[in-house]
Structure formats: structure tokens, C-alpha cells
Design a protein around this ligand. Structure first.
Ligand code: BGC
Length: 738
């Protein structure tokens, strides 16, 4: 069944159209029964389906809980994300859901953000690539994706009002590209706008973001939906480009919209545009080809297990892992029995089943379990004594530590990065026993590890690993598979080292992103700051070497066809098969704007047998070399030296090559505040100015003088007494050469 959008628009009354842009209840768009337009059903994600059974947040239908984005991102594996997306799509179609509200691609500006577990990375390329794969997989099953929360929603504190003050350059280079990538490569059916303000304007009412950037620059043709409750003024929002307000506000918005249109205060075309997009979405949902095979809980659990294996990041290992087959294991920590596998809030999934390490490990190994601490954080000496006794009677300790549920949830940011005191005290007691300790962490965003790292012989950052995390952990601890994750976020030595530390979460009503583009590793590297574990880092159970960086350039930036083919040879130098994530970074210094020393521009995860080599190709385009010029309002590649580096993580890049790019400088128009140096660089304008001086009276500035005065605006300089030129001369030349 299909319908003709134009036809319906013509037949619809103003009230019909107003209802279309306002939704119905909490999870549906409004249909128009009379005209045969059905409703579209939405449900939360993003790492599992949350189809509410009751009226409010609470009970939901059982669904597979895949690792949340924090875990999936650490896989650095788009093919895996696509499969997870497909599985989500199958579960959604089995439940009659047309659109899943995910993925969430906000940048992890600070590790404190309470929703970081739902987001992918501090790096936009990684976040955008992985989220695109998930959205693509979902839509391949005929179910729409809704990328969220657009944009600059990087904290929970004051999230519905806070004004994010951020430069356009930081937006274009850091906060928007993940959305851009998903929009351009996965064509999501919906984009969800965020709650916050952006440079003074509520995002739900921001025509620059919702129309100029999203529709103009990125050609987006889907529906822009509000985050639930993000709209303040429905009419303003409609004008700005927000097509659908959710949830339905009882008897308010649609009536108001219809009234202003009827009163001639808002043109019917604006309303028709939003309504037509909602109708086009409805048509997509109606026409969607859903393969129809029933969701298979067992197969999806197995996929969740695989995803969890690839999500875990082995941060340290002195050889204690994989565990020796006959080792007696003291399994310590309440998380082994009460796993933390997802975060709190609207993404919470009612898992179809949950594996516990205490069962999965005990099924394969000799295990003695002791909870060691209370999740409430209250000290309990008896639990510590029991854990110490278990350690004494064992060959190795596996200590499951992490953050309690209450610390990581939508609506709340953390205030520090420490693990609970009771857990650190327990770890110290266990260390005193003298047996090797494997620490396994469960947390949705980075925690401080530096103060206690020397007490661990191995450290697995298990993140929040979804419902099969307990199985996957047993797999990696025992060496059945290796943990093949890499860090999608830097682990700092201390919170204060983060580039955003002094400006998170800001003051009531306002947060200034003063670190600009220097987010995450971009900032740590620029400040040359030591980190506990760098972005991109992760070990496996084998080793790799890197050789032969080949860089081939075709095209030019000027002709807009620049392509740089980067090739790296990677070899598995160990004695077991394993995965490596080859990473390529580009830096450009010096440049006319401050640029990060290096930025991730390509990556590829490869699996190699022992001794096997592979040539990995990573194609780069002009964007990989560009920055966003605020002066010119566009992406710019400057002439100069670029460094291309390749290796296993952002701080271990054994291969490097310089690349010189020549780009004819574009003439930047002069204006009343142009400096002396800018004038002198513009030969034509400068000569026109000199021509106004008496014969032989050219202004010549020796280099050392130019170094001092070159940065001053020429027109103001001209106002000083005894200057050879006047402000009127400057204005005259500006009129012809500005
Ligand atoms: C969240 C969204 C979610 C929506 C619907 C909002 O509070 O920010 O991520 O999709 O609620 O539950």
C-alpha cells in the first residue's frame, strides 16, 4: 500500500496537517484515518529495543541488550556494528516498531557526562563511521534509524536549558561530523534534535542548525524530530525546520499551530513542508520491505557475546592472561554475580537473559567466588576478609570492579572519576596477599586507573558489555578468544588533565567550550600531557609489527579531487591469531589556525594468523587535510607540510611520512579591520593604496618593523598623526578592492 503525499496534503485540513507535525501519544506520529494515513511507531534504543508495556518509563518488552555504544565503539569494527543494527532491526520489526531512536553520536567531551555510555567516542570519525554502520544495518531491515541528539548535547547537567557556547570551527570539526557522516552515508529516516541551546538559540528552534546545515549543507531529506519535550515554542520550531514534535503535548501544540496558520500569522507552506516530511516518513514505513524472519533470541544473544568480546580492551597484561587452564581462581567482586551491563535512563533494555561471570567462569574453571564489597558502597570488613581468604587459597585473583548503577545514567553527570572507596580498599587488601591480580572493570565511561594500576597484573576495561558480557568475559579470560577492543576515548591520569576540565559542566545556564577543537586526544597531544592509556590503545594476546608506509597522491585540493592513498603493511609477529586496528593520523603544522598535532583520518581492523602479513589501504580525501575556516565559511586545505602517521594507537605511531601540499591561496577580501600585513599580502590592493601617495613616498617596512606592527589594523593606524595615508585613502581602496 502506498499513498500520494501531494494528494494527501491537498485533501488535508489545516488541523490534519497540524496534528501530523505534533505526534500522537508518547511513541507514535499522528495518522489521518480519514485519508488512510497510518501512524508511525517509534521506540527507544540504541543498543537494544525498549518497547514500553505501560504508559511511562518502566516495564518494557524483553529484547536483546547488546553492548551499549561505549562497548561497540571499542570494537572499531563497522562490520560488527552493521550486524548489530540488523539484529536490532529484526527485533524492531517483530515488535511492529518502524523507527528505533538511535544511534546517539554525541562527542565525549568529558568523561563525566552521564550518558557517555550511550555515545561512541571523543573522535568524530570513529563515532560517525560506527554509527553509520549501525544505522545502515538497521535500515537494511526496513526499520528507520534516528540519529541523536543533534547537536552539542555533551552533558546531562542542565541539559534542557544549558546554552552551549562553542565556535563554529569546533562544531564543524568536532561536534557535527559524526552526524554529517551518518546523514550522508546511512540516510537515516530521522534526526533527533537535542534539548540544549546552541550559541544562544534553543536547538529545537535553531534554523541555522536544523535547516542551513542539515538541509542546506548536507542535503538531508528525512524528518527532524524533537527530543522528548525539547520544544518550547512550537511555531518557532516549525519555522526553524523541526518537523515533528514529540511526545504529543495534550491539546496544545497542534491547536496552536492550526490557529496561527488560520490567522495568517504563519504561511500554510511552512506547515505543509513539515507535514509532507512526516508523510514521506510514513510512506517509507508503509513501503518498507521487512524480511519478516522472526527475531531469534538465541542467535542475537550469540551476536551480543561476539560484540562484547570485541568491545573489551586489554589495557595491561604481564602474562597472567590468558589464565592458565588449571589455575585456581579467586573470583572477587559483586559485579561477577550482579553484572553491570548497561546504563540508566531511556536506553535501558529489559534483557532476554543475562550471563553472570560467576556462572560462566565456574562452568569452565576452578573458581571460588567472594563478593568482596557491597554495591551500596558501605564498608563491610567481613566481605573483605572472605575475599582475602579466597585469594590466599587460589593461584590468581580476578577482581571485578566498576561503577555502581547510580553513577551512570541519563540526567546526571559524574563529579569525579574515582572507583568507590570500598573497591579500592579491597584491591589494596588483595594486593597484599601477593597473588597475581586481573582487574576487570565495568563502567560506561573512563575511570581513574593510575593510582592503583601497579596493584594489577592485568587490566581489562570491560565497559558495559551488554547481556552476554559475562560469557564474553569468560571467553577472553580463558583465552578462547582475545579481547580485541581499542580505546575510543583517552584514559587520563587525572580528571584535571582533560582539556574540558575547567569548563565542564559550566555554570547554571551556560557552558563555554573554551578548548575549541582540542577535545580528547587532540587536546592531550597539543598540551603534550601524559595519559594513563592513549586513544586507540589496546593489547591482544599476540603482537604486530608495522612496515612500509606508502603514500600516493592524486588530484589537487584546488581541483577538489585530492585523493591520498595510504598503505601500511601489518604483520602478526606472535604465535596465535589476533586482531589489530591499523590507525592513520594526519597533522598539519604550522598552519594559520591552531591545529591538533594529529587527527584520526582512517582505521581498519584486520584479523591475521600467526606470521601473516597484510597490506592495509586507507584512502584519504581532501577533508582529511582540511580545517573549517570561519573567515571563509568553508573547509580549507592550506599549503604546507602535513604529517601522515600510522600505527596501533595515537601515541605509538611507528610509521610517518611528510607530505607537502601546494594550494593556491584564495584571495581573502580586505575589510576595515584588515591588518597591515594582510594589506601588504594583497599586492593589488596595496599598490592601489601606494598609488595614492605622493611620487616616491612608498611605505616600506623592514621585516623587524613589520613583525611588530604587522598585526595592527591599517585603517586605525592611518588615524595617527603624521601618517602618510589617511583613513579616507583606506576607505577609497576598500571600495574598489575590498
Ligand atoms: C532522551 C532520548 C530518548 C527520548 C525518548 C529523551 O529523554 O534524551 O534519547 O530517545 O527521551 O525516550
Amino acid at each position: 500500500m502506498s499513498f500520494d503525499v501531494d494528494d494527501i496534503i491537498t485533501q488535508a485540513t489545516t488541523e490534519d496537517l497540524a496534528r501530523l507535525v505534533c505526534g500522537d501519544g508518547t511513541w507514535h506520529t499522528s495518522g489521518i484515518e480519514r485519508l488512510g494515513v497510518p501512524r508511525v511507531r517509534m521506540a527507544d534504543g540504541p543498543h537494544g529495543l525498549r518497547v514500553e508495556l505501560g504508559a511511562s518509563l518502566g516495564e518494557s518488552a524483553p529484547a536483546t541488550c547488546f553492548p551499549p555504544a561505549v562497548g561497540l565503539a571499542s570494537s572499531w569494527n563497522p562490520a560488527l556494528l552493521k550486524r548489530v543494527g540488523q539484529a536490532l532491526g529484526r527485533e524492531a520489526s517483530a515488535q511492529g516498531v518502524d523507527v528505533v531512536l538511535g544511534p546517539g553520536v554525541n562527542i565525549k567531551r568529558s568523561p563525566l557526562c552521564g550518558r557517555n555510555f550511550e555515545y561512541f567516542s571523543e573522535d568524530p570519525l570513529l563515532a560517525g563511521t560506527l554509527a553509520s554502520a549501525l544505522a545502515y544495518g538497521l535500515q537494511a531491515e526496513g526499520v528507520g534509524a534516528c540519529v541523536k541528539h543533534f547537536a552539542a548535547n555533551n552533558q546531562e547537567t542542565d541539559r534542557m536549558r544549558v546554552d552551549v557556547q562553542v565556535s563554529e570551527r569546533a562544531l564543524r570539526e568536532i561536534y557535527l561530523p559524526a552526524f554529517e557522516k551518518v546523514v550522508l552515508s546511512a540516510h537515516p529516516w530521522m534526526v533527533m534534535c537535542s534539548y540544549n541551546r546552541l550559541n544562544g538559540t534553543l536547538v529545537s528552534q535553531d534554523p541555522w542548525l536544523l535547516t542551513d546545515v542539515l538541509r542546506g549543507d548536507w542535503d538531508y531529506d528525512g524528518v527532524v524530530v524533537s527530543d522528548w519535550g525539547a520544544v518550547f515554542d512550537r511555531v518557532e520550531a516549525l519555522v526553524a525546520g523541526l518537523d515533528l514534535e514529540m511526545p504529543h503535548v495534550l491539546g496544545n501544540s497542534d491547536v496552536e499551530v492550526a490557529e496561527v496558520v488560520e490567522a495568517g500569522q504563519l504561511s500554510r507552506e511552512v506547515l505543509e513542508l513539515g507535514a509532507a516530511r512526516v508523510l514521506a516518513l510514513t510512506e517509507r514505513a508503509v513501503d518498507a520491505v521487512r524480511p519478516g524472519h522472526a527475531a531469534d533470541p538465541a542467535a542475537h544473544h550469540q551476536l551480543a557475546r561476539e560484540a562484547a568480546q570485541e568491545s573489551m580492551v586489554l589495557l595491561a597484561n604481564d602474562g597472567v592472561l590468558p589464565l592458565a587452564p588449571r589455575a585456581k581462581i579467586a573470583l572477587v567482586g559483586e559485579f561477577a554475580r550482579t553484572p553491570r551491563f548497561q546504563g540508566g535512563g531511556s536506553s535501558r533494555v529489559n534483557a532476554t537473559r543475562v550471563d553472570r561471570l560467576v556462572d560462566t567462569l565456574a562452568a569452565r574453571r576452578r573458581v571460588r567466588f567472594a563478593p568482596g564489597f557491597l554495591l551500596s558502597g558501605k564498608a563491610d570488613d567481613a566481605l573483605v576478609d572472605e575475599a582475602v581468604a579466597a585469594a590466599e587459597a587460589s593461584d590468581v585473583v580476578v577482581a571485578c570492579l566498576g561503577l555502581p548503577d547510580s553513577e551512570e545514567t541519563e540526567g546526571l553527570d559524574r563529579t569525579h572519576l574515582r572507583l568507590p572507596e570500598v573497591q579500592l580498599a579491597l584491591l589494596a587488601e588483595l594486593a597484599a596477599v601477593g597473588k597475581p591480580i586481573v582487574v576487570v572493570l565495568s563502567n560506561g565511561s573512563a575511570v581513574e586507573v593510575a593510582p592503583w594500576l601497579d596493584q594489577a597484573n592485568a587490566l581489562i576495561e570491560g565497559w558495559l558489555a551488554g547481556q552476554a558480557g559475562g560469557l564474553a568475559l569468560a571467553d577472553v579470560l580463558g583465552g578462547d578468544v582475545e579481547p580485541s577492543g581499542r580505546l575510543a576515548e583517552t584514559i587520563a591520569v587525572r580528571l584535571g588533565d582533560h582539556p574540558s576540565a575547567l569548563m565542564f559542566p559550566g555554570e547554571p545556564g551556560r557552558v563555554v567550550y573554551g578548548e575549541g577543537v582540542f577535545v580528547g586526544y587532540r587536546g592531550f597531544d597539543a598540551a603534550d600531557r601524559e595519559v594513563a592509556f592513549p586513544f586507540g590503545f589496546g593489547l591482544g594476546y599476540t603482537t604486530f609489527s608495522y612496515d612500509r608506509l606508502v603514500v600516493k597522491v592524486t588530484g589537487t585540493p584546488a581541483s577538489r579531487d585530492l585523493r591520498v592513498a595510504v598503505q601500511v603493511t601489518v604483520t602478526n609477529t606472535g604465535d596465535r591469531a589476533g586482531c589489530e586496528v591499523v590507525q592513520v593520523y594526519v597533522g598539519n603544522a604550522p598552519a594559520t589556525v591552531p591545529r591538533p598535532p594529529r587527527e584520526l583520518r582512517g582505521f581498519s581492523k584486520v584479523r591475521l594468523e600467526p606470521g601473516e602479513s597484510r597490506v592495509v589501504s586507507l584512502p584519504l580525501d581532501a577533508r582529511a587535510f582540511s580545517f573549517w575556516s570561519e573567515a571563509q565559511g568553508r573547509w580549507v586545505v592550506e599549503s604546507g607540510l602535513f604529517t601522515i602517521e600510522a600505527g596501533p594507537n595515537s601515541r605509538d605511531l611507528p610509521l610517518a611520512q611528510e607530505l607537502k601540499l601546494d594550494v593556491p591561496a584564495r584571495r581573502v577580501p580586505l575589510h576595515v579591520e584588515s591588518t597591515i600585513a594582510e594589506w601588504m599580502a594583497d599586492t593589488e590592493a596595496w599598490e592601489a593604496l601606494m598609488a595614492r601617495l605622493p611620487e616616491g613616498a612608498r611605505i616600506e617596512l623592514p621585516e623587524e618593523v613589520l613583525a611588530v606592527v604587522g598585526g595592527q589594523p591599517l585603517r586605525r593606524f592611518a588615524k595617527f598623526p603624521d601618517m602618510p595615508i589617511t583613513a579616507a585613502d583606506v576607505d577609497a581602496v576598500l571600495a574598489s578592492h575590498g
